[in-house]
Design a protein around this ligand. Structure first.
Ligand code: SF4
Ligand code: SF4
Length: 96
């Protein structure tokens, strides 16, 4: 049986900056994420950055259009040949 190289989406959590571009690009709103802001002091400067807590893909409505993969500037989403679950959910500190 032929393998479909675009059977599902794969998240690379370490690359995700929670920029929300994929969330806004998805035409059917099947992506969701939660993130929190962390503020650090670097010498005299305060730096703030978002950290990903949860990323979800609802495959019941995903059309596999690939807009989210194409728009991600950080290569945090890519195609996978693995069969998709109904709902993919990654959580910080979780097993996924
Ligand atoms: S492949 Fe298309 S429909 Fe599926 S999550 Fe990405 S943008 Fe949304
Ligand atoms: S576009 Fe990429 S970096 Fe931005 S939230 Fe989506 S997966 Fe994360």
């Amino acid at each position: 049986m032929a393998v479909n190289p675009r059977a599902s989406l794969e998240l690379i959590p370490d690359n995700c900056t929670s920029c929300m571009l994929c969330i806004r690009a998805c035409p059917v709103w099947c992506l969701g994420l939660d993130a929190h802001l962390e503020v650090t002091q670097d010498g005299g400067r305060r730096r703030s950055s978002l950290h990903l807590d949860r990323f979800a893909i609802d495959y019941r409505t995903c059309m596999m259009c690939g807009l989210c993969v194409d728009i991600c500037p950080f290569d945090a989403l890519r195609w996978s040949d693995g069969l998709p679950p109904v709902q993919f959910e990654w959580e910080h500190g979780g097993s996924g």
